[in-house]
Write a protein that binds this ligand. Structure first.
Ligand code: DP6
Length: 328
């Protein structure tokens, strides 16, 4: 069989109802479902080429050979692809991000979605979406959501009721004229990564059990708000899910505080913008950047208001984007 390199492009997604905590660290299965919005401009393009001359998997991030930890993570993932394809070769992986890696802009989601697609295609496999989703989830719990565009739900348990995940598009990118205004408050990699942070929360936060217990209600409410195009209801759930997740992080031991002073200043500004009549709702992941969901017509005004806050390095206005694509 002739092995051709393959290239895939995936976009970052931002969780509207968050995932924070794993059911099983070994299989990386999340402990709860989640709902996200895939963004258009924050992209990862990954090329995978299997090569009989290699004696280990190689990983290049934006042209630079990756450090041991990300290389080992990619290597473990490639081991799964080798198992599925019965291919006994190592690969060279070249990945390019259009945004800073590991700074709370969901690089692992777009990274593992693109890698799952490019690696399986390069291994000669043509996998259906449910299988790709389960593979991407082994790399990162948020990655399956980047396989689809627009509003996406990650459900736990497939139709066979096995512990597993499944993805569903709740609404396509074009359904709603919304924007995500991102206030970049830091572009350095975070000190405590998501996997480590989640495990700390699971094992030490007194609020972890109630976070999981109330999760199904948040998912259902968000699903309904999206179906009814009820923007302010969705916004309320988005903010509430964000602060619930951060309460769990903050109550972990030692505490996980992902915000910096600029993040807090942005939060206050978003709330005053709301008092002034704008429909702006914020969310924050495992990093200091603040993402503000708003109707498209309000994005420019909100962006200008956030840009002049001290500590905000830049503002990016994103719109909903499509799912993964294979490139020639
Ligand atoms: C706060 O998907 O990066 O962004 O599965 O360990 O790779 P791993 O975690 P990751 O964590 C996502 C955490 C979050 C919320 C979310 O995207 O749902």
């Amino acid at each position: 069989m002739e092995l051709k390199p393959a290239t895939a492009r995936a976009r970052a997604n931002i969780a509207l109802v968050k995932y924070w905590g794993k059911a099983d660290a070994g299989s990386n299965l999340p402990a709860s479902g989640s709902i996200s919005l895939t963004l258009d401009g924050l992209q990862t393009i990954t090329r995978v080429a299997f090569d009989p001359d290699l004696d280990r998997d190689e990983l290049f991030l934006d042209g630079v050979e990756a450090a041991d930890v990300p290389r080992a993570r990619a290597g473990r993932f490639m081991g799964l692809v080798r198992k599925m394809s019965a291919l006994d070769l190592f690969a060279r992986i070249e990945s390019h991000n259009s945004f800073p890696t590991a700074a709370g802009l969901a690089s692992s989601a777009s990274g593992f979605a693109a890698l799952a697609c490019a690696a399986t295609r390069a291994a000669g496999l043509n996998l259906p979406e449910p299988v790709l989703a389960r593979l991407a989830q082994r790399g990162s719990g948020s990655a399956p959501r980047s396989l689809l565009g627009g509003f996406v739900e990650l459900h736990l348990n497939g139709p066979d009721d096995e512990p597993n995940c499944r993805i569903e598009q709740l609404a396509p990118a074009e359904k709603w004229q919304v924007r995500l205004v991102i206030a970049v408050c830091e572009s350095m990699p975070k000190k405590v990564g998501s996997s480590e942070g989640m495990e700390r929360s699971r094992t030490t936060s007194p609020f972890y059990a109630s976070w999981l217990r109330t999760h199904a209600d948040d998912l259902q409410a968000a699903r309904r708000a999206i179906a009814k195009e009820d923007f302010s209801r969705l916004g309320e759930i988005v903010e509430s899910s964000c602060f619930k997740m951060h309460s769990v992080a903050l109550s972990s031991k030692p505490a996980l505080l992902y915000w910096n002073p600029a993040s807090v200043a942005v939060m206050h500004r978003v709330w005053t913008l709301r008092e002034e009549g704008l429909s702006a709702y914020l969310t924050i992941d495992a990093g200091p950047n603040v993402k503000v969901l708003c109707p498209d017509k309000q994005a420019a005004k909100i962006g200008s208001a956030l840009e002049c806050i001290e500590g905000v390095k830049r503002v990016i206005v994103e719109h909903p984007g499509p799912g993964v694509e294979y490139l020639p």
